[in-house]
Design a protein around this ligand. Sequence first.
Ligand code: TEU
Ligand code: CA
Length: 543
Amino acid sequence: MNAGKKKWWQSAVIYQVYPRSFQDSNGDGIGDLPGLIERLDYLQELGIDAIWLSPVCKSPQADNGYDISDYRDIDPMFGTLEDMDRLIAEGKKRGIGIILDLVLNHTSDEHPWFLAAKKSRDDPYHDYYVWRDGEEGTPPNDLRSAFSGSAWEWVPEVQQYYLHQFAVRQPDLNWDNPKVREALYDMIRWWMDRGVAGFRLDAVDLIAKVPDEKILANGPRLQEYFRELSRETFSHGDLVTVGETWNATVDLAKGYSNPDGSEFSMVFQFSHTMTDQVEGGSKWDLAPLDFLKFKSILAHWQTGLHGCGWNSIFWDNHDMPRVVSRWGNDKEYRVESAKMLATVLHGMQGTPYVYQGDELGMTNVAYPLEDYRDIELLNAYEELTAAGRPEEDVLYALQTRGRDNARTPMQWDDGPNAGFTEGEPWIRVNPNYVDINAKAALADPDSVFYCYKKLIALRKEYDIIRDGDFTLLEPDSDELFVYTRSLDGEQLLVVANFFGNTVPYDLPEGWDAGRADVLIHNYKDYEPGTLRPYEAFMLYQKD
Ligand code: TEU
Ligand code: CA
């Protein structure tokens, strides 16, 4: 992209808050907006520019807020609209923007639109959702919900099925109805007027579904809808927008993140997060990480969008296991591997997203079934065991990949419930909070926290991290993740041992550890010719 035309979000680092697990302020065991406001100073210390806030609108919480019943109000569990205004204002004071999570593919079954829609075929709201005729017990086709079971649900009052790509309680909106689109745009403008910094768009590549042809993602009218959405809303403000597009390709993403601003700022693409599952299987079909594929996918996105689009870069979020447990080592090398993963991520081009607790090196949990809360996980348990998969094997898969790994309460200190709540937390706290917590991290200059802080600061200091092009080195190494970035005579080298072995390694030609600046290193000293377990560093030099 041309110098002088930089967007604020290209130099930004965004931090994701999953509000129900961040900080409780009133002892009901559920995190809330006043709690988040109390913790803004912590986030300012980390140095982030914006918070992506998972949904806080009114919701029966069938899917933790991703089922919205009123887009223009805050769920009482999280606070009030005044709390939201205060969050936006307090954020602004600290240079932190608030990015709302817009769930536009579906609503809650308790949204007034759906309550009206399911009463009668003649109701003006009926056509806000996706209905098909059929016979009870024989759905229109065999489309499956992402949360197990059929994607169709029968409603006796209207003698029709409605489509739900997610839970039964998340009916899909009918984007082909212009009234639906206009109603959503109006709501988005209403939020823009309240001063939000941007939006994350949930499951947005599913909005243009054509269920009769079994097309869910990337429907034929998708780009038309994206352009109209942007034209009617975002393009009127200096906002950051990030679409969640599980099914994007580099070619599609060039359009989605077109620098002309006609669609979104960027999208989340997930192909690298699917390199440790059986091909053609589901997320519950575990396989060892295909490291060469993982690297080549990331490199493909880095080079593919350079200069003609923009990447979002992330390792995990509220739908994923904790990265240090997944691709690092959450035992003896927890700190080293958490720093290594952070270094590899933050050296790439794009806008980094830090998921809450990753800056502490928070880990997965392995709970018995009764301690889990997530609808996806609980439905998967039923479906997989009913299909005959051994219970132990199912539980192991859920413990390894389940979304609740990321949703355990934020670990603030070593006091009761990790300082998250004075009540009974809605989901159990990870027992390792006694050692892994923000208070301990802030007191230790070598903590994972300060590594993130440093990486975030480097991004502001070195234009090359924002602008430089990307070249993957050692593409065939089963152990090393190495790349360079370059920009007009400046060069950056990121070297990482992604695994727990000691590996012989010499710097590439033209690099001299004595001459280059060491921007960050997760070991204290440098050992020529060798990389120790999970060792990672970033070097910088100028011609
Ligand atoms: O996720 C979209 C999505 O495709 C999920 O089904 C995803 O595949 C799954 O969570 C991976 O385990 C978004 C939100 O991020 C998620 O939290 C919501 O549950 C979902 O949409 C429905 O709104
Ligand atoms: Ca609360």
